[in-house]
Design a protein around this ligand. Structure first.
Ligand SMILES: Cc1cc2nc3c(=O)[nH]c(=O)nc-3n(C[C@H](O)[C@H](O)[C@H](O)COP(=O)(O)OP(=O)(O)OC[C@H]3O[C@@H](n4cnc5c(N)ncnc54)[C@H](O)[C@@H]3O)c2cc1C
Length: 353
């Protein structure tokens, strides 16, 4: 597989220097001022070029976890201090929502922010945080007087430790870590957004993430499909090449249908975002379709390639862990279906992520 792998922080910085974080960001902050539609195409291209689900995850954690929350909820001083660096890729960001006892339901968070003169003292643990070991800025969610709220933390903050325990076997090239906050003292200017706005800020960040995180994966799925088609034409079984057998041809057709469905959804989310419309329903639907498509097409690709699908050289099998993770991060398939049902006025409540 033609992967282009470098150390996670450096890889993200290089991507930033090449302008991938500038799309759909106003010109005044160093963005292109362009459209989400352009961003989707750039991410598809990037996925195809890097063939690296970990890098795709890291890019999206940076963008939707830190750049867009800061853009949307940051005060002028906070934007001035961090935004341009994040957009240029000089600084790397991410967001910390998940905790040992709070995953799908962020309202169960236990991390506390206690007000003290001039600032806050934070205590708690965040787990499975993409980019945590390489981040310069993290948006961390905590309860401020029982109300979910957001804070900007930097690795130098006293009382903040990042460990690499509880990393996953998926998305290998994204660095992942656990954040321990032990009497972590920060200045009052580090509160992001309003007290008590934490859950709606999480919802907003995850809506963007769900809508666009699979754009890079779609680029990888294009490559995956080409590999399978190529193999099915060259490999012979009986008197014919493999693709002449209907069972194989249908698998390949299904891969194409899934990929094109995903591309339609990604472009629909971009259209809605560019028109300033809500993407809550569309992004939840995109996330379900995309994550299930990536997993099933990876299984199909491995199957059509036969034992070669499990060769390290093809790299196809390693995507199975990544695809399994894709059904969990940014809110699992079940949570998206709960959300869609709630938006339709049925099912479990809307509070889960
Ligand atoms: C690769 C990767 C990267 C990640 N990066 C980040 C990050 O950067 N920042 C961050 O904060 N978190 C991150 N996470 C954590 C991720 O957001 C959580 O894994 C996810 O929210 C699910 O939470 P959980 O794993 O605790 O599962 P749980 O919430 O414990 O759920 C376990 C299972 O039960 C199902 N379930 C839970 N509640 C319901 C319900 N109400 N109805 C039906 N089914 C339900 C779930 O779908 C799941 O299948 C990452 C995870 C992965 C795998």
């Amino acid at each position: 597989m033609n992967t282009n792998r470098t150390e996670p922080r450096l890889a993200l910085q290089q991507i930033g220097h090449r302008g991938l974080f500038r799309h759909a960001v106003p010109v005044e902050w160093g963005g292109t001022g362009g459209r989400f539609a352009d961003m989707v195409e750039a991410h598809i291209w990037k996925g195809r070029e890097c063939l690296d689900p970990g890098l795709i995850l890291a890019i999206n954690a940076h963008l939707w976890g830190s750049v867009f929350p800061l853009l949307r909820f940051g005060n002028p001083g906070q934007k001035q201090k961090w935004l341009r660096g994040l957009i240029e890729g000089v600084l790397i960001g991410g967001h910390a929502i998940t905790e040992p006892h709070s995953g799908s339901d962020p309202s169960a968070m236990e991390t506390q922010a206690r007000p003290v003169p001039g600032g806050f003292v934070l205590n708690g643990v965040k787990r499975y945080i993409t980019n945590a070991p390489v981040a310069d800025l993290l948006v961390v969610y905590a309860l401020l007087e029982s109300k979910p709220s957001a804070f900007l933390l930097i690795p130098e903050d006293p009382g903040l430790t990042v460990t690499t325990t509880h990393a996953t076997v998926a998305c290998h090239n994204a660095s992942m870590g656990e954040i321990h906050l032990q009497n972590c003292r920060i200045h009052s200017d580090r509160q992001l957004g309003k007290k008590g706005a934490g859950l709606s800020m999480i919802q907003s960040a995850l809506e963007w993430e769900r809508a666009f995180i699979f754009a890079g994966i779609a680029g990888m799925m294009e490559w995956q499909l080409e590999q399978v088609i190529d193999f099915s034409r060259k490999r012979r079984s009986g008197k014919d090449h493999l693709g002449r057998h209907q069972a194989i041809a249908h698998r390949i057709a299904d891969m194409r249908i899934r990929l094109d469905t995903l591309l339609l959804w990604l472009r629909e989310c971009a259209r809605l975002a560019d028109e300033g419309k809500r993407i809550t329903m569309a992004s939840a639907q995109t996330k379900v379709i995309a994550s299930e498509a990536f997993l099933q097409s990876t299984l199909d690709a491995i199957h059509v390639l036969g034992a070669r699908g499990l060769d390290e050289e093809t790299g196809m099998a390693s995507w199975l862990n990544d695809a399994a993770a894709g059904r969990l991060f940014s809110g699992s398939t079940e949570i998206q279906k709960n959300l869609i049902a709630a938006l339709l006025g049925t099912g479990e409540g809307y509070k889960s992520r």
